[in-house]
Design a protein around this ligand. Structure first.
Ligand code: PMV
Length: 331
């Protein structure tokens, strides 16, 4: 059994979505694949080569060599797999051992929704192995529970888009999630560029939470403005007014910066994109390093990609891919 789920870019509204404001999110043409096979015993075995981050960091200080790794990131990705199995077992009332193999077409933990894609694909693969066909609503709901339980605080945005795919306007009140599929009248030529992640999504969500507790009026005002930017962007997307979409992306990035979730390296990428002719650019996802997106006219996409490669080696073109979670039976 192989299930796959797409990664995503948040076009508008990350962080504000955690506080009930709307966000616009799109699934991309890069996926996470989880294959699952039931075992005779009750163990969970995970083979997740691609979830390993490259990170062996060698630093020399006062003549001493120090070697550290990014192993923590691998462990956190495995946390999502594990929790997905536990919650699916609880939900279905059945527990069986399973061997899982995970493959990723995109960088993990960069802000492209890989943890949600891992969770959603794992829930779909495992439940199908157990003989159940969960609805997309059920998968998205379980996926959100996994994210909340691993991260402590999470919106339903990433798990919704990994499940349903497409372009969604999304917000929630309590446990009710609202998802409106958006018609985007133009192709959206996007370039993703990412830099080393200094902080996790969880760290950044906590940072905003603490800042909001200290400065409620200011931070609530910024979050509200992000929500308004999202609503204006919805109109611009429907009209196919890419110039306006780009301007609103720039405004959104400024507001995210005011929340303190960008970083020097991320800003470097975001501003380089604008110099290289992007209509707009912003960080995407949790921030603290990680991914940015730049929107461009199709005839400028190669120039934009090449210029961004001068600032970071991690650059790729992407487009919206409408398919959400998919399960196939392997031979
Ligand atoms: O970094 P990602 O891809 O997991 O995106 C996080 C998006 C946030 O709005 C910051 C958090 C959330 O749960 O919606």
């Amino acid at each position: 059994m192989v299930a796959s789920a797409p990664g995503k870019v948040t076009l508008f509204g990350e962080h504000a979505v955690v506080y009930g404001y709307p966000a616009i999110v799109a699934s991309i043409d890069k996926r996470i694949y989880v294959s699952a096979e039931l075992r005779e015993d009750d163990k969970i075995r995970i083979n997740a080569q691609d979830l390993r981050t490259s990170g062996v960091i060698v630093s020399i200080s006062n003549g001493e060599i120090q070697i550290t790794t990014d192993y923590g990131k691998t462990l956190s990705a495995i946390g999502y797999l594990n929790r997905s199995i536990e919650l699916t077992s609880e939900y279905l009332g059945v527990r069986k051992g399973v061997s899982l193999e995970v493959r990723s077409e995109m960088p993990v933990g960069a802000g492209l929704g890989t943890s949600a894609a891992v969770s959603v694909a794992t829930i779909a693969a495992y439940s199908t192995c157990l003989g159940y066909e969960l609805s997309k609503d059920e998968i998205a709901k379980l996926g959100w529970e996994v994210e909340k339980s691993v991260q402590g605080i999470a919106s339903p945005m990433d798990t919704s888009i990994a499940t349903f795919g497409g372009v969604l306007k999304i917000w929630f009140e309590g446990s009710t999630v609202y998802r409106v599929p958006l018609k985007v009248s133009n192709e959206l030529p996007l370039v993703v560029a990412y830099v080393e992640r200094e902080k996790s999504t969880k760290d950044m969500v906590m940072l905003v939470r603490n800042l909001r507790e200290k400065h409620p009026d200011l931070i609530n005002g910024i979050l509200e403005h992000i929500g308004k930017t999202t609503l204006e962007a919805e109109k611009a997307l429907a009209e196919g007014n890419l110039q306006e979409v780009g301007t609103l992306m720039n405004i959104n990035h400024g507001l995210l910066e005011a929340l303190g979730v960008s970083s020097r390296r991320l800003n470097e990428v975001v501003y380089t994109a604008r110099v290289a002719g992007a209509l707009g650019s912003k960080l995407t996802g949790g921030g603290g390093g990680g991914a940015s997106i730049a929107l461009t006219l199709p005839d400028n996409i190669n120039v934009l990609t090449n210029v961004l490669k001068l600032v970071t080696p991690h650059v790729f073109k992407t487009s919206i891919q409408y398919e959400g979670v998919r399960v196939t039976v392997s031979q």
